[in-house]
Design a binder for this molecule. Structure first.
Ligand code: FES
Ligand code: FE
Length: 439
């Protein structure tokens, strides 16, 4: 399958071929070498607050269960029964003490161990339960973000996130001093290749064009805030395919400059909060409600932007699922979280003024791209001004395609690193550890 495909045939240093969105063999190669080899985000810590909590999701094409065991450890396990392959759990989330396969009743613990099966005597001594746990993935966590990988050789999550970690730390300041929590999501699919969305997260160039109706829908003050494309922002290559687009530099650190005037649109909220919170905390909450001033793209499929996580999942060469997961303050004022949800709906909601316009553009890219290999997709915007920033990483102006070039460098490196890891046949699940900790 993928052994015959040369990824370099699809990509040059400053352009790609339209077939990069359309080649079925390339897609299969991506699923194996990118989505099985790199760290893939599976959950936020707040999705699994208690022992026994679980969610089901995907790592690339593979269904997985993410669970928290009695000791608090998080496990990510292939959602595939070790008997005859049925998915063991199809609830999206819940709380349980075990996972019982609905086909013949094999029962697995929260750590994936095979605990019991009906009529075991039928196997005589042919079956050893300890050799048949749900297949486990490596699991590590950074700042509440839980990632998993099939690759035993992958670097640590700390190493993988690298220069993106300080940006994740800044993003989490949207908790306003409380931990961040997830608050529900919008989920939809679009008829296009996953890389079209990957390219979009740090693409400010489209914003004033595609999102004109959004800009027209807000008040003048907000409109000025979003009028960033000619401003002092930048895009930076953070390594390993990650990138950041800083739109509004003064909103990068939500803890900085807490004495700045409260925007008029948040004045009513601030006045109400002052009844219960100290003035400095009110300013922190109001800053958090407005969201961060940057987009962070974590290769290959997680974006942190404004007040949400955006997760993409390839469903096929021409179909991609998008989840927009709203985040808020875990323990913070309900009125603040309600205001954040309204912000989320205004832009990301199915009737919002942002995402439906993005989805139409992505759909058009897919339909236009089938025109053929000879017609390039340009990825060279900002290259003329791109240079090493203060810490040696490539940086260009805010509307540059620096983030796309960063993602495609990692795309190529992953595809050229040889076949992806094979699924371990007999291993148990790895126990969870926070990044940097040993368990
Ligand atoms: Fe799961 Fe048979 S397939 S118990
Ligand atoms: Fe957009």
């Amino acid at each position: 399958m993928s052994g015959q495909t040369d990824p370099r045939a699809f990509l040059g240093p400053d352009r790609a071929d339209g077939t990069i969105y359309n080649d079925p063999a390339l897609y299969e190669m991506e699923m194996e070498r990118i989505f099985m080899r790199n760290w893939i985000w599976v959950a936020h810590r707040s999705d699994l607050p208690e022992a026994g909590d679980f969610i089901t999701t995907f790592v690339g094409a593979h269904p997985v269960i993410v669970s928290r065991d009695r000791k608090g450890a998080v496990h990510v396990m292939l959602n595939r029964c070790r008997h005859r392959a049925a998915t063991v759990c199809e609830l999206s989330k819940g709380r349980t003490s075990s996972f019982v396969c609905p086909y013949h009743g094999w029962a697995y613990g929260l750590d994936g161990a095979l605990r019991a099966l009906p009529q075991p005597a039928g196997y005589g001594d042919l079956l050893n339960k300890s050799e048949l746990p749900l297949v486990g993935l490596r699991v590590e966590e950074y700042a509440g973000l839980i990632f998993a990988t099939f690759d035993p050789e992958a670097p640590s999550l700390d190493e993988w996130l690298g220069a993106a970690r300080p940006w994740i730390d800044l993003f989490m300041k949207q908790g306003a001093g409380w931990p961040v929590k997830t608050m529900g999501e919008h989920r939809f699919t679009f008829p296009g290749n996953w890389k079209i969305q990957l390219e979009n997260t740090t693409d400010a160039y489209h914003f004033p064009i595609v999102h004109k109706s959004f800009l027209d829908s807000v008040d003048r003050e907000t409109q000025d805030t979003f009028d960033f494309v000619e401003g002092s922002g930048f895009v930076e290559d953070l390594g390993n395919g990650h990138s950041v687009m800083v739109m509004i530099p003064e909103l990068v650190d939500l803890e900085a400059d807490l004495d700045a005037p409260i925007p008029e649109r948040f004045q009513d909220l601030a006045d109400a909060l002052l009844k219960d919170y100290a003035p400095e905390q009110v300013r922190r909450i109001v800053r958090a409600v407005g969201g961060s001033g940057f987009n962070l793209n974590l290769f290959p499929n997680l974006a942190c932007s404004m007040a949400f996580f955006r997760v993409l999942r390839p469903l096929g060469v021409h179909e991609t699922e998008i989840r927009h997961i709203a985040i808020g303050m875990d323990g913070g004022p309900e009125s603040g979280n309600q205001a954040r949800l309204r912000l989320h709906e205004h832009f990301q909601g199915p009737m919002g003024f942002g995402t439906p316009d993005d989805a139409e553009a992505w759909d058009r890219v897919q339909r236009g791209s089938v025109a053929g290999r000879d017609i390039s997709i340009l990825l060279n915007r900002g290259l003329a001004h791109e240079e090493a920033g203060p810490d040696g990483r490539l940086r260009s102006d805010v509307s540059a395609e620096t983030g796309m070039r960063a993602a495609y460098r990692q795309w190529l490196a992953s595809l050229e690193a040889g076949p992806g890891p094979s699924l371990p046949a007999q291993t148990g699940s790895c126990s969870h550890k926070a990044a940097g900790e040993r368990v």
